[in-house]
Design a protein around this ligand. Structure first.
Ligand SMILES: [Zn+2]
Length: 117
C-alpha cells in the first residue's frame, strides 16, 4: 500500500486503537496475534465469512497452508492496520490523502495542515 501524496506536515489528533479488537474489523494485509499466542505474529492473506458457519470468519494467514476459522466477534491483538484516510485541514479545508497505521498512530480525528499550524 502506498500513497502518492507527500507526507503532510502539521498537527494531527488521533484516538488510540483498543489493545484487542473484533476479528471482523481486520482486512487483508493486517498483522495481528491471537490473545493466547501474542508472540506469534500473523499477517492476513485473506479474511472472509465462512459460507457454512454463520457468524464465523475464515482467516488465511500468510505462510500457512490452510485458513482457520474464528468467531467474527472474537478479539484479536492488532499489530499493524494500514488504512487510507482523506485528512481535511480543520482551518483551511485543504485535503490530503494519507495511509495511517491505526495501531501505531491511532484513528485520525482532527488534522491541521503545515500552513495553518
Ligand atoms: Zn490548513
Amino acid at each position: 500500500m502506498s500513497t502518492n501524496s507527500p507526507a503532510p506536515r502539521g498537527f494531527i489528533v488521533t484516538d488510540p486503537i483498543a489493545p484487542a479488537i473484533p476479528a471482523a474489523v481486520f482486512q487483508e494485509g493486517d498483522a495481528f496475534a491471537l490473545p493466547e499466542a501474542p508472540d506469534n505474529h500473523l499477517i492476513t492473506q485473506s479474511i472472509k465469512p465462512c459460507p457454512d458457519l454463520p457468524g464465523r470468519l475464515a482467516i488465511h494467514p500468510v505462510g500457512r497452508t490452510a485458513p482457520f476459522t474464528i468467531r467474527a466477534d472474537e478479539l484479536l491483538l492488532p499489530l499493524r492496520m494500514l488504512r487510507p484516510f482523506d485528512l481535511t485541514c480543520h482551518r483551511c479545508s485543504r485535503t490530503v490523502h494519507r495511509v495511517i497505521d491505526l495501531v501505531l498512530h491511532g484513528t485520525p480525528q482532527l488534522w491541521i495542515c503545515g500552513q495553518c499550524s
